[in-house]
Design a protein around this ligand. Structure first.
Ligand code: GDP
Ligand code: MN
Ligand code: MN
Ligand code: MN
Length: 250
C-alpha cells in the first residue's frame, strides 16, 4: 500500500469543484481511496462563518462564562453559540465543549476550525460529509472517497485523522465469524477501516502550512471480509458517553 499527496492544490474557495481540482492533478485508478481533508471540503462548500453571525443566547453566554472561569481563558460566547448551533447533543460542557454534530460525529467544539481559514473567523465542518464524499467520488476516476478531520481522542494525548464522511465503501470491515490463528472465532471485531485510512492520510496531509489536503491511498485491498455500516455510535449503544452524563470536571 502506498500513500501520496495530490500536488499543487491551490487555496480552495467557495464554489470550487474539488473533483475537478483533483482530477486535473493526478491520474487516479478505480481502486484508489482518495482522502480529502474536511477543511477544503468546507471551503469549497462555503462553510466559512464569522463570530458576528452567532449572536449569543443565554445558554451560550452561560457556557462561555463557565468555561472562562474553569480555564482562566476568556471564551467568546459567540463561539459557544456557533458550537451549539452545529450540534444536537452537548456531551461535556467543561473544560471544553464536546458535542455531537448534526451528522453524528462527536468532537470538541463541533469540529469548528480556526486554523487555515483565510478572511473569516471560523470554518464549520461540512453539513453532511458523506454526501460531500459522494459528490467528489462522482467526479473522479477513483471509486472510494474519505473525508477526514484531525481530532483528539479520549484517554490519549495527541490528535490524529478520523473519517467524518465516506463514499464508495463501507466504513468498517467485519471480522466476526472469522477465525484467529488458533481457530478461535472472532466474536466482536469490527475494524474501522475509514478511520484507519484517515489516520494514515493525515500523516501525509500535515496540520499546518503543508498545503496537501488530498492524499491518495493506492493498493489498499479490502480482502475477503464482511462489511459493516457501523461508524458513529448512537447514545444508546455508547456506554462511555452514558457514563459521562453526571460527570463533572474538578
Ligand atoms: P483538517 O484536518 O481537515 O482540519 O485540515 P488542516 O487544517 O489540518 O489541513 C490539512 C492540510 O490541508 C494541511 O496540509 C493544510 O496546509 C492543507 N490545506 C488547508 N486548506 C488548504 C487549501 O485551501 N489549499 C491547500 N492546497 N491546502 C490546504
Ligand atoms: Mn479540522
Ligand atoms: Mn488536520
Ligand atoms: Mn489484537
Amino acid at each position: 500500500m502506498e500513500l501520496f499527496p495530490v500536488p499543487d492544490v491551490p487555496e480552495i474557495r467557495e464554489g470550487d469543484d474539488l473533483a475537478a481540482v483533483i482530477s486535473e492533478r493526478v491520474d487516479l485508478r478505480p481502486d484508489d481511496v482518495v482522502c480529502v481533508a474536511s477543511t477544503v471540503v468546507s471551503k469549497a462548500e462555503g462553510r466559512f462563518a464569522d463570530l458576528d453571525d452567532f449572536p449569543a443566547g443565554p445558554r451560550a453566554r452561560e457556557l462561555a462564562a463557565r468555561l472562562s472561569d474553569v480555564t482562566g481563558d476568556e471564551k467568546d460566547p459567540r463561539f459557544a453559540q456557533a458550537v451549539l448551533e452545529e450540534s444536537v447533543d452537548l456531551v461535556m460542557d467543561e473544560p471544553f465543549l464536546l458535542t455531537e454534530t448534526r451528522f453524528g460525529h462527536v468532537g470538541v467544539n463541533a469540529g469548528i476550525d480556526r486554523s487555515n481559514v483565510p478572511d473569516h473567523d471560523l470554518l464549520l465542518l461540512p453539513k453532511r460529509p458523506s454526501e460531500s464524499a459522494e459528490r467528489i467520488r462522482a467526479g473522479i476516476d477513483a471509486d472510494r472517497v474519505v473525508v477526514t478531520d484531525t481530532c483528539g481522542r479520549p484517554f490519549r494525548h495527541g490528535q490524529r485523522g478520523v473519517a467524518i464522511g465516506w463514499a464508495g465503501m463501507a466504513p468498517s470491515r467485519d471480522w466476526r465469524g472469522e477465525s484467529d490463528r488458533d481457530g478461535r472465532e472472532l466474536g466482536v471485531t469490527v475494524e474501522s477501516v475509514v478511520d484507519e485510512l484517515a489516520a494514515a492520510a493525515n500523516l501525509v496531509q500535515g496540520e499546518g502550512a503543508d498545503g496537501t489536503p488530498v492524499v491518495v491511498v493506492r493498493g489498499f485491498e479490502w480482502g475477503d471480509h464482511g462489511e459493516s455500516d457501523a461508524h458513529f455510535r448512537d447514545v444508546d449503544g455508547d456506554f462511555v458517553r452514558q457514563a459521562l452524563r453526571g460527570w463533572t470536571y474538578e
